[in-house]
Ligand binder design. Structure first.
Ligand code: T5A
Length: 223
């Protein structure tokens, strides 16, 4: 486990959940919310791309499976950051200033993994946009849920079949794309101490124990 970092500029705490398709981010965010609320914290759950009405409109365009023309990779990158700028200003920064705990389903690490490693856009350009858009807002802690592609994608497609969901623009990429995305996440986790790497192929109860352990460390409660 990594040691928790603090974003000392804000009273609140910012935790991001990252990983490939279907690894269990939404499920574990729900668990973390309940656990933190039971320990007296005010929690804001949000997601990227999205989290505000304007950013959700951008999300719809980003995920829409078919457009009248192919979306250029640079357009995709700029839309992701446009949504993030709105999300930070409208939701994340105000919540952190109030002292809330913000749990976010994906953030800039997804951009580095998907647009950087997956699409092959230059990491320096992504970093320049990160600095412009985020300024002083960055995660205190990032939980990376990692699993072999077959595990996450299998879960996602079972859930999609149960709920009659359509395949989005990213989900229709090939396996090689998702291997590069996974490689990107693991490279980030290997060099940034704010990451906690969790083996998401384990049974849900075991994954949740690892999530709880990290939350305990952050709020300073013994197990
Ligand atoms: N994107 C996003 C970019 O390209 N760049 C960016 O900068 C950003 C922010 C967003 C897409 O946008 C791209 C990446 C994405 O392709 P999304 O909806 O956020 O899409 O991402 P998905 O990964 O597609 O989200 P999912 O909702 O499909 O996956 P989750 O949230 O990881 O998985 P979850 O919790 O829904 O779990 C899936 C199923 O598995 C079960 C759950 O019950 C559920 O049925 N499950 C488990 N089963 C057994 N054992 C476990 N341990 C389990 N954990 C969960």
């Amino acid at each position: 486990m990594s040691s928790p970092q603090t974003n000392s500029r804000f009273k609140g705490r910012f935790i991001t959940f990252e990983g490939g398709e279907g690894v269990g981010k939404s499920t574990n965010i729900g668990f973390a919310k309940d656990w933190l609320e039971a320990h007296g914290k005010t929690v804001v759950v949000t997601r990227e791309p999205g989290g505000t009405p304007i950013a959700e409109k951008i999300r719809n365009d980003l995920l829409k499976a078919h457009h009248e023309e192919p979306m250029a990779d640079l357009t995709e990158l700029l839309l992701v950051f446009a949504a993030r700028a709105q999300h930070i200003e409208s939701v994340i920064r105000p919540a952190l200033e109030r002292g809330d705990w913000v749990l976010c389903d994906r953030f800039t690490d997804s951009t580095i993994a998907y647009q950087g490693y997956g699409r092959g856009l230059p990491l320096e350009q992504i970093d320049a946009l990160r600095k412009l858009v985020q300024q002083h807002v960055s995660p205190d802690c990032t939980l990376l849920l990692d699993a072999p592609l077959t595990v996450g994608m299998g879960r996602a497609s079972r859930r999609a079949a149960e709920n009659n969901e359509q395949t989005d623009r990213f989900e229709s990429e090939d396996l090689a794309f998702f291997e590069k995305v996974r490689e990107g996440f693991l490279a980030l986790a290997a060099c940034e101490p704010r990451f906690t790497l969790i083996d998401a192929s384990q049974p849900l109860e075991v994954v949740q124990q690892a999530v709880e352990q990290q939350l305990r460390e952050m709020i300073g409660v013994q197990s």
